[in-house]
Design a protein around this ligand. Structure first.
Ligand SMILES: [Zn+2]
Length: 196
């Protein structure tokens, strides 16, 4: 009898811990990492794959990224083919159904953005690489807000117990989001300038 009660006690003490477990979020670039950190606060842990100095089309795809994707609850990416050159094989290796396209764990920020410069014809041999339109839309702070909403929607669906927390940040701090966005952007511009 005693042997059977012990696991129940363990389960009872473990349950409250589970409800406070942080969402494990992977972001493809520093910009998306900054937005996820802003919306998720202390309810999430963030791993950013691309370095601020790397071209987001050509991130050095390290094998360690596969394990990070395997363990992630959420992936935040730009989408619109921004990460097309390096992310798909990592996702395939990561075998994480939570990150499948269309699942709440897969945030493609471009989904809410009206993309500019959608080409009428495409010739990749000419170096054209923006078949879905210009994926570098985060230069516009309005699009930063749209991306933040996509991230917030995902976090609320996956971690519904913390939904009020995420919504309060998302709703109450558009100014802070814009500032956080421009700080991140100037840090990025600075690091790019130092690197070249
Ligand atoms: Zn590009």
């Amino acid at each position: 009898m005693k042997m059977k009660t012990i696991p129940l006690i363990l389960l009872a003490t473990a349950l409250p811990l589970c409800s406070y477990a942080k969402l494990n979020v992977v972001a493809t670039t520093a910009e998306y990492g900054a937005i996820a950190r802003e919306i998720g606060g202390d309810h999430v842990t963030i791993t950013t794959l691309g370095k601020p100095t790397e071209d987001p089309h050509f991130v050095d795809a390290k094998p360690s990224f596969i394990m990070k994707l395997n363990r992630a609850d959420v992936l935040v990416e730009g989408g619109a083919e921004l990460e097309m050159g390096w992310l798909p094989p990592l996702l395939e290796g990561g075998r994480n159904p939570k990150l499948d396209t269309g699942k709440p764990g897969r945030v493609q920020c471009a989904a809410g953005v009206r993309l500019l410069e959608v080409p009428a014809t495409l010739d990749r041999s000419r170096g054209d690489e923006h078949a879905a339109g210009n994926p570098h839309f985060m230069t516009d702070p309005v699009n930063g807000q749209i991306a933040a909403k996509e991230v917030c929607d995902s976090f609320c669906q996956i971690d519904s117990q913390s939904a009020d927390y995420y919504r309060a940040i998302s709703r109450g701090s558009p100014g802070r989001l814009t500032r956080s966005w421009s700080n991140g952007r100037s840090a990025w511009l600075h690091s790019t300038a130092s690197a070249s």
